[in-house]
Design a binder for this molecule. Structure first.
Ligand SMILES: *Cc1c(COP(=O)(O)O)cnc(C)c1O
Length: 378
């Protein structure tokens, strides 16, 4: 028997209440029973997004909400800034290009956060820019961008600020309204402790103005249609009913915990993980802008990074993530997001130590676990 632990930045582990909710018999969605759930989750999502504006639920993975943002806000021929500091920033550029929108790419070195002044300079230089596409946590590099500061520079312009908060929302602070985020997109399988399949998108007043003028083709992801349905506590198409019901359970847990406590817990788990890696003599990939939802670590010289991840998973049941595209084999990533607690982190670190030891890497056994415990004891 091998017990499995999931420490990846999506999907993340599921609380028992969420598992149970999904196993219930299905109900029909055009019913008062489902409408009550829809109302409850819409209110709960506003709490998590920290917005009094609209939050719509789409049946899609997180990328569906990213696509919805692009096609609802813009028209072919428009110009938009995309911030590229990893795989997910690149996705904004790819989405814009797919719809004939000209991306003004801000290239950021992988492992670094974007400098908000660079966004400001580009916006000033080209007043025709209609949107700024950014990422809260660039999951591929473990970098956290300063959305609050970016909001300050975008707010005074004609452009709308769009944030991919797929990894991070409900785990680290993102004040949609207070930070002037016009469109915030998220997904179900990261901080929100659900399986993949639901995507969320918040829309500010300023963004609704852009949506009215946008001409990109769209059908399934038409946010005006979604809003019309939402006003009648309905959805345009069959939603992922069981996931919405499970979302109600996840939101209950989040409300009971409170966002405040959730943010403190994530910061602590991140600090413990970073302290453990340093105690093992491992270098962080993003030391200056480390996210509190996932820690990216450089694979030490002489160690096969892909094998490390594979042995942890296939021999010991502890799943962490490797590096993506150009970082393949060069970094590994440990998530501390959602339904993950301090002792899951301890398990992850001790398994990492065991496999590193077996692979011949030199360090004091249990040094990482000790460093993490010390952070948790503070
Ligand atoms: C996971 C993730 C996505 C992709 O979401 P899918 O659900 O796979 O479509 C996008 N952006 C970020 C930052 C992510 O972490």
């Amino acid at each position: 028997m091998k017990k499995n632990y999931l420490l990846t930045p999506g999907p993340t582990p599921l609380p028992p209440e969420v598992c149970e909710a999904q196993s219930r018999p299905i109900i029909h969605h055009r019913t008062p029973q489902f409408q009550a759930v829809l109302k409850e989750v819409t209110d709960g999502l506003k709490y998590v997004f920290q917005t009094s504006g609209d939050v719509m639920i789409l049946t899609a993975s997180g990328t569906g909400a990213m696509e919805a943002a692009v096609v609802n806000l813009l028209s072919a021929g428009d110009t938009a800034i995309t911030v590229e500091g990893g795989k997910f920033g690149e996705r904004w550029t790819e989405l814009c290009s797919a719809y004939g929108i000209k991306p003004e790419v801000i290239k950021v070195e992988w492992g670094k956060a974007v400098d908000p002044r660079e966004i400001e300079r580009k916006l000033k230089a080209n007043p025709a820019i209609k949107a700024v596409f950014t990422t809260l946590c660039e999951t591929s590099t473990g970098v956290s961008n300063d959305i609050k500061a970016i909001g300050e520079v975008v707010k005074g312009s004609d452009a709308v600020l769009v944030v991919d908060a797929i990894s991070g929302l409900g785990a680290v602070d993102l004040k949609t309204d207070a930070w002037s985020v016009d469109v915030c997109v998220s997904g179900s399988q990261k901080g929100l402790m659900l399986p993949p399949g639901l995507a969320f998108v918040s829309v500010s007043k300023k963004a609704w103005g852009k949506i009215d003028a946008a001409k990109c083709p769209k059908y399934y992801f038409d946010l005006k249609v979604a809003k019309k349905a939402m006003e009648k506590t309905d959805t345009p198409f069959t939603p992922a009913i069981s996931l919405v019901i499970a979302l109600a359970e996840a939101l209950k847990i989040i409300r009971q915990d409170t966002l405040e406590n959730i943010f403190i817990r994530h910061t602590k788990m991140a600090e413990a993980t970073r302290a453990a890696m340093q105690a093992l003599g491992l270098a962080l990939f993003a030391p200056d802008a480390a996210s509190d939802v996932v820690t990216a670590v450089k694979v030490p010289a002489g160690i096969d990074g892909e094998k490390l991840v594979k042995v942890m998973r296939d021999t010991y049941g502890v799943t962490i993530a490797g590096g993506q595209s150009e970082m393949k084999g060069k970094i590994f990533r440990i998530a501390h997001m959602g339904y993950i607690g301090e002792f899951d982190i301890i398990v992850g670190i001790s398994c990492l130590e065991k496999v590193l030891k077996q692979m011949g890497y030199k360090f004091d056994l249990a040094a990482g676990v000790k460093a993490a415990q010390e952070v948790f004891l503070k």
